[in-house]
Design a protein around this ligand. Structure first.
Ligand SMILES: [Zn+2]
Length: 280
């Protein structure tokens, strides 16, 4: 990291029903019939950031951008970076190179149709670039993406041995910066302290301390938030236990805790830093 250290605040813009790996009431064929909450909850997120004069990176799902182009315009006009969360919210390791490339192209098309420039950053649904799908990195680099934020140093979804700080990866398709989400230590293993259930369950002081520890080393911390986590009345559906935990555990009061964290450290988007600020 060079001067002007800031931490990365990232928002995955998707609906409450964009859950990976579920059949039944939330399967993709049913999405168009489910009540949309994404405009309302993203506006809550935008208000929170405006309160702190903070800009962030919004990884917008193409499926959402296609249906809500004015939402994309609203995010942009507030000064935030628009990046890609793919189009279909399918895990990358369930795709092959051709279908991944098609999914990315459709997502970029939807963002551009909503007035955003071609995205330079990508985040896979459910951190699904892992040892099973490393072929996706050269695809991203070849298509002009400058950074990826899809590899988490966590067991099961990622790999606890992945680097914890932003780092450059040379791929056959070109060079790419990888921006891992912040993890912390608890219960003898890594937990997702930068977002999801790990962030929601933690006291703000614990999160703030870990951010400061990384900043003292000269490294930024990366947080991730979903607008549906800030929904005051989240729709409930029956999910398998692990998904229920990752989606619903300790949503109440999350907005206040997030406020406290955002107020405590400098935050900004990834994009500018990925293009000009990295020392990797
Ligand atoms: Zn997602």
């Amino acid at each position: 990291m060079t001067a002007a250290l800031h931490n990365f605040l990232t928002i995955d813009v998707e609906e409450w029903f964009h859950v990976c790996g579920v059949d039944g009431p939330l399967r993709a064929e049913r999405w168009p019939a489910l009540p949309s909450r994404v405009e309302f909850t993203t506006d809550i997120t935008l208000e929170l950031l405006a309160r702190h004069h903070v800009t962030a990176t919004f990884f917008v799902l193409g499926w959402v951008a296609e249906r809500h182009p004015l939402l994309v315009a609203r995010i942009r006009s507030a000064g935030h970076e628009i990046a890609s969360h793919g189009w279909s919210h399918r895990r990358v390791y369930e795709l092959d190179e051709a279908s991944f490339e098609a999914d990315l192209a459709r997502a970029t098309g939807a963002l551009e149709a909503a007035g955003a420039p071609a995205p330079i950053g990508f985040r896979a649904p459910e951190w699904s670039i892992n040892d099973r799908s490393l072929w996706a990195l050269p695809v991203l680099a070849r298509l002009g993406f400058r950074y990826d934020s899809s590899m988490t140093p966590l067991r099961l979804v990622g790999n606890p041995h992945y680097p914890q700080d932003p780092h450059r990866r040379e791929t056959p398709g070109g060079s790419l910066l990888e921006i891992p989400p912040m993890v912390g230590r608890r219960f003898g293993q890594h937990i997702p302290l930068g977002g999801g259930w790990g962030l929601r369950m933690s006291r703000p002081a614990t999160v703030i301390r870990e951010i400061a520890r990384r900043n003292r080393r000269g490294e930024p911390a990366t947080l991730f938030v979903h607008p549906w986590e800030l929904d005051p009345q989240p729709p409930r559906v029956t999910l398998p236990w692990a998904l229920r935990f990752s989606h619903y555990y300790r949503l109440s009061g999350f907005g206040e805790r997030l406020n406290e964290i955002v107020a405590s450290a400098p935050f900004g988007p990834i994009g500018d830093w990925a293009v000009t600020g990295d020392s990797a």
